[in-house]
Ligand binder design. Structure first.
Ligand code: IVH
Length: 699
């Protein structure tokens, strides 16, 4: 990223400059997140990291349509839902890095070559497979027989969907022919566009809930506690990868795909083997032209290095393999009319404008709403009710308005006036300096905020209470059954004494009430990080909640510190700011939250309902001889590349630093080492060579 670009205000950037910078920022921020997540060894200061994220947010606010699918502002991890048994994957299920242009694909190829130290003439064959927009699964076969299947979950463990997936035609119960001792087969469950439309049509007639898109429909159908419901849904699947494999191997991914077919799995017929970069790019373009004609949603093409020995050497970075990537298709667009602009109020009181559209088919999915982001966005694009607009849909992202067809505007169409009061509770809406959003000042007095907070509390990544979706939370809140999180945990006891118990209420029934209470009771033991995240304190997302949990270790210590901070204790304030990525604004939010007596009471009431808030546990790197050590690599390495060595060290719990200081524990020096080696010797830091390092990490 050129210095000059980054030094310019977001509003002065052109579209292409903004896009370029957002891409660079997404990459940089991911790298820094990795440095933190994997080894707690940040390479930049807290302030610098905060500045990167703020810059990303500022550009996104100014150019909402350029917000990337992989934007750091969008990252959410999925945890498993209650109700299903958990299954640990034998090998983690990862995500893929995204490529957006031909240039990105060339870089991908170049990165592989650099990592493997290949020269330019050596061919790197890639397979190219359609990237199905469905729900990934992992099905384990022992001695050729299906034993257990799971969703991806958080990558390490997913939900047991064995009974459900067995109902899908196409998934073999037994592998035909030779089978390995154990193999995890990975693939995607999906619904065709035509099945999806037909199913929704039938449901609409009976007044049942309809799904937003084929992906949601597939996910909702597979994650049914009753497999009979799954069996009624038109699900299909493709197999495309393996997880844990014992007792069999293949030279190439292409061979593996052939084996999948021989075993009886459906394998995508459009998979291609590309021998050159030109063939790879041609495969992408060919598939792109066929995309709309395919009867299932794809959002790109997945490239995989064909040679398995190379895949093994390339390994993984954080949550994605180095040997595979997803080349995304551009968003799909369509023209429609804005029938109405509505203002919705979120958990933090943010007033968000939403456009209600004349339903339109965008690449096989019916879209009837689009986000308008905020007041500035509406003004900048001058979007009015009745306008004809171009909208676009990109993957999971809520559809956005790309442009207004002003030439089609009806005469007399009035400019949209953004309200200065909360449409839900009527309180004044306030806009902070430097913020793009207006916020309702009604706090918990505002029903919208209270409901959103409770909904956040029960959501997947927080307390993960199945059955406490938006609709039920709102109904319970309106009925006066729940006001604060603690109320959820006293619901069952109160319900028993009630003259109108839930089980007798319309639409509830004994079973759903029982399931709900069970889901709630299952969460009386919770990790400290989820507890903190669930409170919905502004700016405290999952990552920051985790950092707080890590820093304070236990609920008791954390609470003590928060109370002290709220009372203005400078020492605690400094301590907070010492945590990676915690700046003034984060600290201010914590102080403000705990300074409110009713928040403090809500936290304590909730804690009183818990059986246990579990202390934070560090990842297990026992057995590693370099866990916790600060390691510096210098000079040339021979047997493995510098990147491989670093990746290995990180995965074993070491911190990798770029320069030698008195904090360095170990320097790994190869031939050609210069100043860093000298410094290490001067400081008396232990120095070893590559062979010794390899022995050290071999255990
Ligand atoms: S391979 C380590 N192949 O895309 C490689 N993934 O963004 C694992 N997906 O979680 C994935 N089609 O759900 C692979 N042909 C394909 C795919 C595919 C769809 C999904 C999958 C994965 C996600 C990554």
């Amino acid at each position: 990223m050129s210095r000059s670009l980054r030094d310019r205000a977001a509003k002065d950037l052109s579209d292409s400059e903004a896009a370029k910078e957002l891409k660079a920022l997404a990459q940089e921020i991911v790298e820094h997140d990795e440095a933190y997540h994997r080894n707690d060894a940040p390479t930049i200061s807290d302030a610098e990291y905060d500045a990167l994220r703020a810059r990303n947010a500022a550009i996104e606010q100014r150019f909402p349509k350029l917000v990337r699918a992989d934007s750091p502002s969008r990252k959410v991890g999925a945890a498993t839902a209650g109700g299903f048994k958990k299954v640990k994957h034998g090998v983690a299920m990862l995500s893929l890095d995204n490529l957006f242009s031909d240039e990105d694909v060339r870089d991908f190829d170049a990165r592989i070559r650099r990592f493997l130290k290949l020269n330019e003439t050596e061919p790197v064959e890639l397979t190219a497979e359609p990237k199905i927009d469905g729900l990934s699964f992992s099905a384990r076969y022992d001695h050729g027989r299906l034993t257990v299947a799971a969703t991806r979950g958080d990558g390490a463990e997913g939900e047991d969907i064995t009974a459900n997936i067995r109902t899908i035609k196409g998934l073999p119960d037994f592998l035909m022919g030779d089978a390995p001792k154990t193999i995890e087969i990975r693939g995607e469950v999906y619904m065709t566009k035509s099945d999806f439309l037909a199913m929704n049509e039938a449901y609409a007639k009976t007044g049942s809930k309809i799904f937003a898109n084929p992906r949601n429909a597939a996910a909702g159908s597979l994650r049914q506690l009753d497999p009979k419901i799954t069996a009624e849904r038109p699900l299909k699947l493709f197999a495309y990868a393996s997880g844990l494999v014992e007792g069999m191997d293949w030279a190439t991914h292409w061979d593996f795909l052939k084996q999948l077919k021989a075993w009886g799995f459906p394998v995508n017929p459009d998979a291609k083997l590309c021998k050159t970069l030109d063939q790879t790019l041609a495969a992408y373009r060919q598939l792109e032209t066929r995309r709309a004609a395919l009867d299932y949603d794809i959002d790109g093409i997945v490239y995989k290095v064909n040679r398995i020995d190379w895949q093994k050497r390339l390994g993984f970075v954080s949550r994605a393999p180095r040997w595979a990537a997803a080349h995304k298709f551009p968003a799909q667009q369509a023209e429609t009319v804005v029938e109405k602009i509505d203002i919705q109020v979120g958990r933090t009181g943010a007033l968000t404008p939403v456009a209600f559209l004349t339903p339109v088919n965008v690449g096989g999915v019916i879209v009837s709403r689009a986000t308008l982001h905020n007041q500035d966005e509406i003004e900048r694009k001058d979007i009015r009710e009745g306008d004809t607009v171009v909208i676009q849909r990109a993957g999971d992202v809520i559809p956005q308005v790309v442009e207004v067809k002003t030439e089609k505007r009806k005469r007399g169409a009035a400019k949209f006036v953004f309200p200065n009061h909360c449409p839900v509770c009527g309180s004044k809406a306030h806009r902070e300096e430097d913020e793009a959003v207006l916020r309702c000042t009604g706090g918990l007095f505002c029903k919208a905020q209270a409901v959103e907070r409770l909904h956040h509390f029960a959501s997947r990544d927080a307390f993960d209470i199945e059955g406490m979706g938006e609709k039920n939370v709102e109904a319970f809140f309106t009925d006066g059954l729940i006001k604060t999180p603690a109320d959820l945990f006293t619901l069952e006891a109160r319900d028993k004494k009630s003259l109108t118990p839930l089980s007798a209420k319309e639409g509830w029934g004994a079973l759903s009430a029982k399931n709900l209470f069970e889901a709630i009771n299952n969460r009386r033991t919770i990790s400290l990080e989820r507890f903190i995240y669930a409170l919905g304190i502004r700016l405290i997302g999952q990552a920051k909640a985790r950092l707080l949990a890590q820093h304070y270790g236990s609920f008791k210590e954390w609470r003590k510190a928060m109370v002290a901070a709220a009372k203005g204790n400078d020492e605690v304030r400094n301590q907070l700011q010492g945590i990676e990525s915690f700046g003034d604004s984060v600290t201010d939010e914590l102080v403000a939250f705990f300074g409110e007596a009713q928040n403090m009471a809500a936290v304590d009431d909730l804690f009183a309902q818990m059986d246990k808030v579990e202390d934070f546990v560090q990842a297990d790197v026992s057995g590693s001889k370099i866990a916790g050590l600060v390691v510096v690599f210098t000079g040339n390495l021979i047997a493995i590349t510098r990147n491989e060595a670093k990746a290995k060290a990180l995965s074993l719990g070491a911190k990798v630093a770029g320069s030698v200081s008195k904090n360095t524990d170990l320097v790994v020096a190869g031939p050609g080492a210069g100043s860093k080696l000298k410094e290490a010797e001067a400081l008396g830091v232990k120095v070893i060579d590559e062979d010794e390092f390899l022995k050290l990490i071999a255990g």
